[in-house]
Design a protein around this ligand. Sequence first.
Ligand code: MG
Length: 224
Amino acid sequence: MKIVRAKGPEIFDIELEKDLLAKNRRLARENRKRLDQLRIVSIDVMGSVGSGKTSLIKGILRKLAMGEAAAVIAGDLTTTIDAERIEQEGARVIQVNTGKECHLDAHLVGQAIDKMKLVGVKVLFIENVGNLICPGEFPLGAHRRIVVVSVTEGPYTLMKHPYIFREADVIVLNKIDMAKAMKVSPTQMEKDAQKVNPHALFIRANALTGTGIARVIEALGLKR
Ligand code: MG
């Protein structure tokens, strides 16, 4: 089979990209330091549009029942839909709109941290922009990273997007009840996850019904 492979330097300025990533890492370390000082555990939630990131966060919040001791930074291009959905669970929430950017970055998260009242907050979820490519490259300073993948995305998502799954501490396979209808094998996807990132915990879940939520909470060390 004939294959055309992109070579970075021919397309964009690789030095510029290196600078950008280095600057982001520095700002991410600053975010982490601030969160540590505030004794807040933070979790970067990544995954495609429609994978169930907001639903998972809502499910976790409902189970933790921490009220305003939980906070969420909701990243999205232009809407406040997710922030409004999360608000229903009683958590503090701030919307970050990235415009045309396909990911949050440490600078934006730093600004959100500035704007939020975080005194008394114990857990901070950061819902990244729905995308399986860019968010992985931009650490935000969070203590742990989750990637949510839904069976409705098809059986090959983990193999096709190895980079972001390598960043994950926890991989959540969501909408598990629909696997059969989608002709997707969760067992095969778990094997793919093992191949791509043997260190990540793989959890089958249905964020809407609550299946697997307790395991996710435990895996994130949020058990109260
Ligand atoms: Mg969402």
